[in-house]
Write a protein that binds this ligand. Structure first.
Ligand code: CU
Length: 414
């Protein structure tokens, strides 16, 4: 009976070990990003991405592409999300399918985290080099400490070729050229295998002996000391001394081979240069805003005042990367992702030019399936149902002006 129990215990232990090991190697392919499950208020009231341009839709392995555009850091940043004091400009892709060869904010190289100011607009560019063939959804993204990854719009990009031909050569500060893609890979495999084998040897040594139940019985009956023999002690000391010796020796030889090393650079960059936005001459007051659930449409009553010297028209409402446009005023010329573009999604009750000095109250409707598809309508179930977005006005000469709206949103279910 005792023997069977012990066998069962051992088998369970081995099974557990195998399960844990298998879990470490199981990596299912993720096909979506979960961008739609990020809270709507996060996407609407934090970072507003606009004027985006993905330079290519198809790119060969080793070739580069850029994502450029602007982002506005919303002044009405939600209280529940930490301010973007430590933010990192990133790209939302499923794993290292591209490598980031460089990123810039306002022309400044930003390999580190930066401090962004609320209410400012910045220009950015990210240079990507294609690594793994496939169709990938490539998003802009801002990682904000205490706020999480704030995802921007995504566009499908196809990478062609074979990953085997990917190279990532860099010249080190000591003048050596190495390929980061496989630099010292053999060494990495060796040390992983080595420490795994050593750990396994340690486990096997102790698992050979009676385990769990017999040990428990021995300890309970006061014979715990008899479980560890003199040989066991010697073996344990051998393992300990051997491990320390291997670490010391390999560290010594590594230091000898690479005498100059610098730590990975981290730190915060302040003073990012925002875009000098022209003074806005349009002022917008949101009288009220409601979301009609059955119609998948948001309706705003806006009082627009034109303080400039050229007549203006409302051309676009942009929120969470979804662009609602009035085709009579503005059109997309950047090949913006279809699912985020409502080319005829914006209707204005009276969109005739608003003359200089004129003030007009209009009904603006932004309707598109994207409200539901991108789960922006979930906003109405928030305890603080506020929406926010960018309004783009165009004057007679085609100049564009950007204004922000930020107001409570009241749902209607009929
Ligand atoms: Cu995506």
């Amino acid at each position: 009976m005792k023997l069977i129990k012990d066998k069962v215990a051992k088998l369970s232990f081995v099974a557990l070990l195998m399960t844990v090991t298998a879990a470490m190697f199981y990596t299912p392919t993720a096909s979506a990003h979960g961008e739609k499950s990020q809270a709507a208020f996060m996407r609407m009231r934090t970072i507003h991405w606009f004027d985006l341009n993905w330079s290519k839709e198809e790119v060969a392995v080793n070739d580069t592409m850029t994502i450029s555009g602007k982002f506005h850091v919303f002044a009405g940043w939600p209280e529940t999300v930490d301010k973007p004091e430590v933010s990192f400009l990133n790209i939302g892709i499923p794993g290292p399918v591209f490598i980031r060869a460089g990123s810039w904010i306002g022309g400044q190289l930003v390999p580190r985290s930066v401090t962004l100011e609320l209410g400012e607009t910045y220009e950015f560019k990210v240079l990507l080099k294609a690594r793994r063939p496939g169709d990938w959804h490539v998003h802009t993204m801002m990682n904000v400490e205490g706020g999480g990854p704030i995802i921007g719009p995504g566009k499908w990009v196809t990478i062609t070729g074979s990953m085997g031909s990917f190279v990532n050569p860099i010249t080190t500060l000591t003048g050596e050229t190495i390929d980061l893609e496989n630099f010292n890979l053999g060494n990495i495999y060796f040390w992983h295998a080595f420490w795994y084998a050593l750990g396994l040897a340690w486990l096997v040594y102790w698992a050979r002996k009676p385990m769990f139940v017999p040990r428990s019985i021995a300890v309970e009956s006061g014979k715990g000391d008899s479980l560890i023999t003199a040989t066991d002690k010697k073996v344990a000391m051998g393992f300990a001394a051997g491990t320390i010796a291997i670490v010391a020796f390999s560290m010594g030889s590594t230091n000898e081979q690479y005498p100059v090393t610098t730590p990975l650079q981290a730190g915060l960059m302040r003073g990012m240069k925002p875009i000098e936005m022209p003074a806005t001459t349009v002022s917008v007051k949101v009288e009220d805003a409601s979301y009609r659930v059955p119609g998948r449409a948001m309706q705003m009553t806006l009082t627009i005042t034109n303080n400039g010297d050229s007549a203006i028209r409302l051309g676009e409402f942009n929120t969470a990367g979804v662009r609602f446009m009035d085709p009579a005023v503005a059109e997309d010329e950047t090949n913006y992702p279809d699912d985020l573009l409502a080319e005829e999604g914006l209707t204005v009750s009276d969109n005739s030019p608003i003359a200089p000095g004129e003030s007009r109250t209009v009904e603006v409707t932004a309707s598109d399936a994207a409200w539901e598809v991108y789960r922006l309508a979930d906003l109405i179930y928030d305890p603080d149902s506020r929406f926010a977005g960018l309004l783009f006005f165009f004057d007679e000469a085609g100049n564009r002006q950007m204004t922000m709206v930020d107001a409570p949103l009241i749902p209607t279910f009929i």
